[in-house]
Ligand binder design. Structure first.
Ligand code: NAD
Ligand code: LMR
Length: 324
């Protein structure tokens, strides 16, 4: 057996965590031969509910689950962790945009960034799920100067899956037949779901659908899918978000040659301002993400990329008081 790895999950009693924790404990994130120790963080008021999660974990008897640390102490949560999934934060309700959560949630990511900086494994990989995810990741990165910004990503994988599903349904293709979808930008209504480079069963996606569908149906449907789910369920997406988090972390740990969308610190690729946490197409090898380079960006795409950049710059200005 391999030595265990430590995985922190914040918001352990929340609805995403309830879909996530059990799958991680069963080996779906790191494989069937990788023992895990879970570090679960909650606010004091939710520790009782977290205890219920712990009881259920015990009742599953997962062979890979070696131990569970359950706490309301942020510093303790991150001691020696190899992976951190920062889920705990307030979700939006109906008639809110994700950016409305900035002031509510931003402080959480400052505190957690500092604790990661001080206590986590020097190789920790951090996924920010709590909204607004890109700017929360930006705050956490700035609070963790001893970690490499490349150790942080913000979750766009749910948008990536949503876009694949929409294109597969429209073309009548299998999900696995769709390749090279990209989500650019912010996890918000300005994100740009881009099929310019996508293929379906090896054929260019753009030859299979018309521009009117792309602009008036596909893009708004993916941009607004979170809102649609909230309106239908009365709560924000949870199982699909947990699956997206699991998929991204598995790819980060194991690597993928497929293009996947995830928000990382911009290195200036595609003219995007350096340091913003912006979603790009990436491939992953040996735990390192590389932005897919040299894609042709037409005028329509360029304006969409820039609109999302502008929104991220505004969000960054809004939280300036939380930096450092
Ligand atoms: P939830 O309200 O069900 O659970 C959140 C949990 O976090 C609660 O149990 C709460 O007590 C806990 N929490 C709050 N502050 C905390 C802190 N400082 N430390 C530790 N725990 C804390 O919410 P949810 O549905 O699980 O969603 C969690 C977050 O994920 C929300 O911000 C939501 O908007 C976001 N989200 C992001 C994506 C994405 O694609 N990036 C998708 C879905 C949801
Ligand atoms: C989603 O995309 O489903 C989540 O970010 C929740 C939300 O607020 O839309």
């Amino acid at each position: 057996m391999k030595p265990p790895v430590r995985i922190a999950i914040t918001g352990g009693a929340g609805q995403i965590a309830y879909s996530l924790i059990f799958r991680i404990a069963s080996g779906e994130m790191l494989g069937p031969d990788q023992p895990v120790i879970l570090h679960l963080l909650e606010v004091p008021a939710a520790l009782k509910a977290l205890k219920g999660v712990l009881l259920e974990l015990e009742d599953c008897g997962y062979p890979l689950l070696q131990n569970v640390v359950m706490t309301d102490d942020t510093n303790l949560t991150f001691i020696d962790v190899d992976y951190a999934l920062l889920v705990g934060a307030a979700p939006r309700g109906p008639d809110m945009e994700r950016s409305d959560l900035l002031k509510v949630n931003g402080e959480i990511f400052k505190v957690q960034g500092k604790a990661l900086n001080e206590f986590a494994s020097r190789d920790v990989k951090v996924l920010v799920v709590g909204n607004p995810a890109n700017t929360n990741a930006y705050i956490a990165i700035s609070a963790a100067p001893d970690l490499n910004p490349k150790q942080f990503t913000a979750m766009m994988r749910l948008d990536h899956h949503r876009a694949i599903a929409q294109l597969a349904a429209k073309t009548g293709a299998e999900i696995t037949a769709v390749k090279n979808i990209i989500i650019w930008g912010n996890h918000s209504a300005t994100q740009y779901p881009d099929i310019s480079h996508a293929t379906v069963n090896g054929q260019p996606a753009k030859s299979l659908v018309d521009q009117d569908w792309i602009v008036n149906e596909f893009i708004p449907t993916v941009q607004q899918r979170g809102t649609e789910v909230i309106k239908a369920r009365g709560k924000s997406s949870a199982a699909s978000a947990a699956f997206a988090a699991l998929s991204l972390m598995r790819d980060w740990a194991m690597g993928t040659e497929q293009w996947v969308s995830t928000a990382i610190v911009s290195d200036g690729s595609y003219g995007i301002a350096k340091d913003l946490v912006y979603s790009f197409p990436v491939t992953i090898k040996n735990g390192e993400m590389s932005i897919v380079q040299d894609l042709e960006i037409d005028e329509f795409s360029r304006s969409c990329l820039q609109a999302s950049q502008r929104e991220l710059e505004q969000e960054r200005d809004t939280i300036a008081d939380l930096l450092h």
